[in-house]
Write a protein that binds this ligand. Structure first.
Ligand code: GDP
Ligand code: IMO
Ligand code: MG
Length: 450
C-alpha cells in the first residue's frame, strides 16, 4: 500500500497552531481530512490577509485543488457548518460544493446535546470547563447507539422523528428532573428542521471511502488535520479533564477512515510556550490574574501568565476564554512522541517567546520533572492517585529575541532562539523541522536538512 498520509496532531492541550501547518501541508495535497471532535476546535488560518477561524471545515479548503473531508469520527453542528460554508463562499473560496465532502457516518450535534453539556457541567463539583458545544453528550449518544448520523438527515421527516424520539426518551426525563422543561425535545419540530438542513447539505454528504481509497491508490498526498491534542485525549490525556474523542494519531486514523499502513509522516505541533483552556493539570502553568470563573481580573498588576497571554493573544478561538499560559513542557512532548509516533515537531510562536523574553528578561523551558522524589522525563500516569502535580525542572535562558521578517532559515535565527530549540530537541527527542515565526502562513521556517 502507498504511504501517502501526513498526520498533524497537537501535543499539549490544543491551540498549538495546527491550522497553520495544516494549510501549509495542504498546498500539495489532494485530500485533507478532519477526523475528531467538532466545533470545540478553532483553527486559525490566514487567507488573502483575512483571518479565518475554522471550526469544522479543514484549512485545506483554501487550496483550490484540494478535496476536504469531514470524516466519520467528527461530530457536526449543522448550523455551525452551514454558516462556515457561507463564510468561506463570502471570502471568495471557490468550488466548495464540489470540494467539501461530509461523511454520512459522522454524527449530528443536536440542540439537546448542548443543553446536556451545560447541565452536566453545572451539576459537577469539578467541571471540565467544556466548550459547551454539545461534544461530549453527542459522542455519548453515539456510544449508547442512540446517535443521529448525517445520513439520517436525508431520511423523511417521519423516519427522523422516530429516531429522535427514541434518542430523547432518557434525556427528556433528565430535563424534567432538573427543572429544564424549556429543553424538553419536540421530536417532530426538530425532525422537520434537521431534514431541511439535510436538503441544504445533501450534495456534500457521501461515502468518503472511495475518495480516500482512490487517493491512496494514486499515491496522492493525504493530510489529516488533527484537532484537540494529546493531553485532551479521552484515553491518553488528563482524564476526566479531557475531551470526548481520541485526537492521538491512532484516533485520527480511525476518525478519518484511513488504513494505518498508509501513514507516512506524523507532525506534532507545539508552541514555544504552552497554554490550556478549561480545567485540569498544567504543570508549567504560570500565575495569572484570572478569577475562578475564568475571567481576566481588570486592572490587576500583570503576572508572568498575563504577560504571555497578552503577547501571544491567547484567547480561545471558539469560546474567547482567556487561555492559561506557562512554559513549554518537554516531558509531555516525549510522551506524545511515544503515543503518537511523532517524527517531526512544528514549533510555533518562536517570535512571541522572543518578545516574552525581552519583556521578562528570561525564558524558561521544562526539561524534566521531579515526581514522587524521582527525576523523570515523561508524563506520569497516576497523578489522580497521588494527587501530586509533577514539579517542573527548568532550564533558563537570559534575555529574548526579535525575529526579522527577512529571516527565512534556521541559520539566520538569533543564537538564543537556536539554543532554545536545541534544548527542546534534546529533552523531547523530537527533531524540530518546522518553526513558526509569525501568524501569517509564510511565517514558517522549514529545515530541509532534517
Ligand atoms: P489550532 O487550534 O492548533 O489550529 O490553533 P489556534 O488557531 O486555535 O491558535 C493558534 C493561534 O496562533 C492563531 O491565532 C494563529 O494565527 C497564531 N499563530 C500560529 N502560529 C504562529 C506563530 O508562529 N507566531 C505567531 N505570532 N502566531 C502564530
Ligand atoms: P483545537 O483543535 C483547546 C478542551 C476544552 C475543555 C475540554 C473538553 O482548536 O486545538 P469539550 O467541549 O471538547 O468537551 O471540552 O477540551 N478543548 C480544546 N481546547 N483547543 C481545542 O481544539 C479544544 N477542543 C476541546 O477547552 O477543556
Ligand atoms: Mg484552536
Amino acid at each position: 500500500m502507498n504511504k501517502n498520509v501526513v498526520v498533524i496532531v497537537g501535543t499539549k492541550w490544543g491551540d498549538e497552531g495546527k491550522g497553520k501547518i495544516a494549510a501549509h501541508e495542504a498546498k500539495d495535497a489532494k485530500v485533507v481530512i478532519r477526523a475528531t471532535g467538532g466545533n470545540n476546535a478553532g483553527h486559525t488560518i490566514i487567507y488573502k490577509g483575512q483571518k479565518l477561524p475554522l471550526h469544522l471545515v479543514p484549512g485545506g479548503i483554501t487550496n483550490p485543488n484540494t478535496t476536504c473531508i469531514i470524516g466519520p469520527g467528527v461530530v457536526i453542528d449543522l448550523e455551525v457548518l452551514l454558516s462556515e460554508i457561507e463564510l468561506l463562499k463570502t471570502c471568495g473560496i471557490e468550488d466548495i460544493n464540489s470540494r467539501l465532502k461530509i461523511s454520512g457516518r459522522a454524527h449530528v450535534i443536536l440542540p439537546y446535546h448542548k443543553e446536556l453539556d451545560e447541565l452536566y457541567e453545572n451539576l459537577k463539583e469539578h467541571p471540565v470547563g467544556t466548550t459547551k458545544r454539545g461534544i461530549g453528550p453527542c459522542y455519548a449518544d453515539k456510544i449508547n447507539r442512540i446517535g443521529i448520523r448525517i445520513y439520517d438527515t436525508l431520511l423523511s421527516p417521519n423516519k427522523l422523528e422516530e429516531k429522535i424520539s427514541e434518542a430523547v426518551k432518557i434525556h427528556n426525563q433528565e430535563f424534567k428532573n432538573n427543572n429544564m422543561e424549556y429543553a424538553i425535545v419536540d421530536s417532530k419540530t426538530l425532525a422537520k428542521q434537521y431534514t431541511e438542513y439535510g436538503k441544504l447539505l445533501k450534495d456534500y454528504i457521501t461515502d468518503v471511502n472511495p475518495i480516500i481509497s482512490k487517493a491512496i491508490e494514486n499515491n496522492d498526498k493525504i493530510v489529516v488535520e488533527g484537532a484537540q491534542a494529546f493531553r485532551l485525549d479521552l484515553d491518553h490525556g488528563d482524564y476526566p479533564m479531557v475531551t470526548s474523542s481520541n485526537p492521538v494519531v491512532s484516533g485520527t486514523l480511525c476518525g478519518s477512515a484511513l488504513p494505518p499502513q498508509a501513514l507516512n509522516v506524523v507532525i506534532g505541533v507545539d508552541k514555544a510556550y504552552n497554554s490550556r483552556v478549561g480545567n485540569g493539570p498544567f504543570p508549567t502553568e504560570l500565575p495569572a490574574s484570572i478569577d475562578k470563573n475564568g475571567n481576566v481580573i481588570e486592572n490587576a498588576k500583570p503576572k508572568e501568565g498575563d504577560i504571555i497571554r497578552e503577547l501571544g493573544h491567547e484567547y480561545g478561538t471558539t469560546t474567547k476564554r482567556p487561555r492559561r499560559c506557562g512554559w513549554l513542557d518537554c516531558p509531555i512532548l516525549r510522551s506524545a512522541k511515544f503515543t503518537s509516533g511523532i517524527d517531526y515537531l512544528c514549533l510555533n510562536h518562536l517570535d512571541t517567546l522572543g518578545q516574552i523574553g525581552l519583556k521578562l528578561g528570561y525564558v524558561k523551558v521544562c526539561t524534566s520533572y521531579k515526581y514522587k522524589g524521582q527525576i523523570i522525563n515523561y508524563y506520569p500516569d497516576d497523578i489522580n492517585l497521588t494527587n501530586e502535580i509533577p514539579e517542573p525542572i527548568y532550564e533558563t535562558l537570559n534575555g529574548g529575541w526579535t525575529i526579522d521578517s527577512f529571516c527565512k532559515t534556521y541559520e539566520e535565527l538569533p543564537e538564543l532562539a537556536k539554543r532554545f530549540i536545541e534544548i527542546i530537541e534534546q529533552a523531547s527527542g523530537i527533531p524540530v523541522k518546522y518553526l513558526g515565526t509569525g501568524p501569517e502562513n509564510d511565517d514558517l521556517i522549514i529545515r530541509d536538512n532534517i
